[in-house]
Design a protein around this ligand. Structure first.
Ligand SMILES: C[S@@+](CC[C@H](N)C(=O)[O-])C[C@H]1O[C@@H](n2cnc3c(N)ncnc32)[C@H](O)[C@@H]1O
Length: 267
């Protein structure tokens, strides 16, 4: 289904002014290490000049700062920009820009560009990948994390049906639905300790470590945005290779999503 770009951005603006903070494991360096593994360690970002595309409420920006990044460009196109500004822990090191990913300035001097949980919400992500390429120095890296298709077939069938309805719900009704789903999901997560059920690895490695409030946000985040795409491994590879990145490596994270890193070649 064709969804307008502005609709997804508006959905997130409304989501982030309601779920403003990044407390606990959800905003931790421990989670960042998990996201970066096996390609990078937070230490490798010490002194680096980086950008994040689609910063939301700034949890990744704060993770980048805690890892030691020297300068961060935080870009966020939605009304969440004010929340992002409020949440940033070292504002002197951060430039906040209210832009879409394709408008990232082509400075050509960044060591890394990150886009965590964003490209799968953009119908045509190619211009965003191109903008990341132009913002990086030769030898710089683009790191992305997107939802995965492989291994999620049962979950995606259920989710696709549910989203036909939930993407149109007003906030209050959606939070009531999230509340109804919360305890059954927690019971399912506990069952995962004993049985090899779908999504087991993600639920035990990530979801279980989050606070109840952040688990509810994760459920809300699956049901709210108008557009979400679930990528196959070849689609992830193609996205970076078409954007002229080389040495592209892809990792199946906890069996439910993809992280990928590509390098801008030297001229
Ligand atoms: C799931 S959130 C991820 C936020 C943050 N990266 C994190 O992991 O906490 C996706 C974000 O992408 C932003 N976004 C949506 N469309 C975008 C676009 N075309 N360019 C850049 N960001 C976009 C949304 O506004 C939202 O804040």
């Amino acid at each position: 289904m064709k969804v307008s770009k502005n609709q997804t951005i508006q959905d997130f603006g409304e989501q982030w002014v309601r779920y403003r903070d990044n407390e606990g494991y959800y905003g931790s360096l421990e989670l960042f290490s998990d996201i970066l593994s096996p390609f990078l360690k937070p230490d490798e970002l010490k002194g680096c000049k980086v950008a994040e595309i689609g910063s939301g409420t700034g949890r990744i920006v704060n993770m980048l700062l805690e890892a030691g990044a020297e300068n961060v460009i935080a870009s966020e196109p939605s009304e969440a920009l004010d929340v992002l500004r409020e949440n940033i822990r070292q504002p002197d090191k951060v430039t906040c820009l209210k832009i879409t990913g394709d408008q990232l300035p082509a400075s050509g001097d960044l060591d890394y560009v990150f886009s965590i949980g964003v490209l799968h919400h953009i119908q045509d992500p190619t211009p965003v990948v191109e903008a990341a390429f132009n913002a990086l120095r030769p030898g710089g890296h683009l790191f992305i994390w997107v939802y995965g298709k492989e291994g999620n077939r049962l979950y995606l069938t259920f989710l696709t049906l549910l989203r036909m309805f939930t993407t149109h719900l007003p906030h209050r009704m959606l939070t009531s639905l999230v509340e109804m789903m919360y305890w059954p999901l927690v019971s399912y997560m506990k069952l995962c300790h004993r049985c090899a059920l779908p999504l087991r690895r993600y639920l035990l490695a990530v979801f279980e470590k989050m606070s109840p409030q952040k688990r509810r946000l994760v459920i809300y985040d699956q049901l709210n945005p108008s557009f979400a795409k679930y990528y196959t491994r070849p689609e992830v590879e193609k996205l970076l290779l078409d954007g002229k990145f080389r040495d592209v490596r892809v990792h199946h994270r906890h069996g439910y999503s993809w992280t990928a890193i590509g390098t801008k070649p030297q001229p």
